[in-house]
Structure formats: structure tokens, C-alpha cells
Write a protein of this length. Structure first.
Length: 255
């Protein structure tokens, strides 16, 4: 379903007498149904706050947020949180952590178990199913959290640095899986990352944000056809777009 932010601003109370800290500055965003949009910006600029506003975890101070679309699908927001470790239930196995989201929506334990087992098998996701979160590597923990989001087949997906703990190979595999699932289901996805390559490889539109408070500096269409192979990263077209984006970024934050 389409995600629209219109003229959204947000500030948080400051820690001292300095007053409020502006975090989001008049942001307009339009992600039509089925589109993948990337938000890229410096650390602490307000990216996670924008996702929290879209997910309705935080209300905007001003402006409006809407998630609307063809009525054929029920709105279901899948949010892969940046602090994924805090979202894992320590007393549940890796497998049960994946199935937790389905159970929380009312699916029986057995149906959720079958759905998760089929999903893991179908996509060759090799997680130690019986281990508890403390027995998993941080990359495995992130895979569990991300898989929990994907298995619910959300209509809208928000990814916040969702591949940050994965090694090179695991990252490519998960990126491929996410894009193929999202493209197959027609979901709308917002990808937040401070990794330029990740944003360009995944998205159809790359939005460059300023330092805090986050304001949109520039939007870049990303014209490459899906499915995208990772060899795209080595192509001259990709390098040219990357150069353009990085040049704008450096203008904002300094070299
Ligand atoms: N709930 C909150 N209360 C107070 N300040 C917050 C809160 N959430 C985020 N901030 C502040 O807002 C700014 C932007 O944070 P965040 O959106 O997490 O940035 P990013 O994801 O781009 O790194 C930071 O200065 C952070 O300290
Ligand atoms: Mg963040």
C-alpha cells in the first residue's frame, strides 16, 4: 500500500535547558504501492525516527502520514527494527522467535510452526532452530529477526539497517531474498541504511537526507531492472550513479 508523508516535522525534548531537538524537518515522501524506496543519510539524522513515524510508533508534531492502497490486501506493517536484539524473546528458541509474529496475530502454534518450517526450507534459511537467542551469533540473531518480519507476508515493509550484522555472503543472500519476496508480493518497502551500495542495489528511488534535522536534499531515480545481480555493483552505470550520490552527500557532511 502506498506510504505518504506530507510536510512531517518532529522534535524531541532536549536533555538540558537547551530545549527541543529538531529531528525531522518538513519531510515529504511518496512511496506508491509496490515501490521500494531507500532513505540514506548520516548517523543520527533522523532516519529511524521517520520509520517510527510511518509505523505509528511516534506521532509527527506536524504534517500527515498515510498508508493507503488497493483494498484487496489488509494493511500489515512488517518492521525490522535497528535494535533487533532487543526484539528477540530470550525464553523462546530461534524457531519460536520466527513464529512469534504469526502467533501474535492469532495463528495457532501448529499453523505457525508449519508456515515457518516451510518458509525456512523453501528459502534455504539455515538457522539453528532449537537454539535460544544467547546461543546465536549476532548475524544469526539478525537473520531470525528479519525472517520473523518476512514470514508474515507484510503489505508494507520497513527495514532499518536490516543487514548490518551479516557477513558479505549472508548479506547478499538476504538482500536477494527480501527483494524477490517483496517484488513477488507487490509489497511497498522503505529501506533505511547508511550503506550507499545497499540503498542503490535495493531501491527504485534513493532519497538523500541532510544532517539532523533530516530534510530531503535530493531524490535520485534508480533505473536498474529487477532482478538485480550483484555484478551490478561493478558496472559503470552503477558507479556513475554512486559517484553522483556520494558527491551530493559529501557536499552536505563534508569530505
Ligand atoms: N524517543 C526519543 N527521545 C528523544 N530523542 C530521540 C528519540 N528518538 C531519537 N531521538 C534523537 O533523535 C535523533 C535522531 O535519531 P534517529 O532517528 O535514531 O537517527 P538515525 O536513525 O538517522 O541514526 C538523535 O539525536 C536521537 O538521539
Ligand atoms: Mg537509525
Amino acid at each position: 500500500m502506498a506510504i505518504r508523508l506530507h510536510d512531517v516535522t518532529k522534535s524531541f525534548p532536549g536533555n538540558d535547558s537547551a530545549g527541543a531537538v529538531a529531528v525531522v524537518d518538513h519531510v515529504d515522501l511518496d512511496a506508491p504501492d509496490g515501490r521500494i524506496v531507500a532513505l540514506f543519510g548520516p548517523n543520527g539524522c533522523g532516519k529511524t525516527t521517520i520509520l517510527n513515524i510511518i509505523a505509528q510508533i511516534e506521532p509527527p508534531d506536524t504534517g500527515s502520514v498515510s498508508v493507503i492502497g488497493p483494498d484487496s490486501r489488509r494493511l500489515k506493517v512488517g518492521y525490522a527494527f535497528q535494535n533487533f536484539r532487543d526484539t528477540l524473546l530470550p525464553w523462546e528458541s530461534a524457531f519460536d522467535n520466527v513464529s512469534f509474529g504469526l502467533r501474535a496475530q492469532g495463528m495457532t502454534h501448529e499453523s505457525a510452526r508449519q508456515r515457518v518450517a516451510a518458509f525456512l526450507d523453501q528459502h534455504g534459511l539455515d538457522i539453528p532452530r532449537k537454539n535460544y537467542p544467547y546461543q546465536l551469533s549476532i548475524g544469526q540473531q539478525q537473520t531470525v529477526a528479519l525472517t520473523r518480519t518476512l514470514v508474515q507476508n507484510p503489505s508494507n515493509v520497513l527495514l532499518d539497517e536490516a543487514f548490518s550484522a551479516l557477513d558479505h555472503k549472508a548479506r547478499f543472500r538476504m538482500q536477494d531474498l527480501v527483494v524477490s519476496l517483496i517484488r513477488a508480493s507487490g509489497s511497498t518497502m522503505i529501506v533505511v541504511s547508511h550503506d550507499v551500495d545497499e540503498c542503490l542495489l535495493l531501491s527504485q528511488e534513493f532519497i538523500l537526507l541532510s544532517k539532523r534535522p533530516a530534510r530531503i536534499i535530493k531524490r535520485f531515480p534508480v533505473p536498474f531492472e529487477y532482478p538485480r545481480k550483484h555484478e551490478l555493483l561493478a558496472s559503470t552505470e552503477f558507479a556513475a550513479l554512486r559517484r553522483e550520490v556520494v558527491a551530493e552527500f559529501v557536499k552536505e557532511v563534508g569530505a
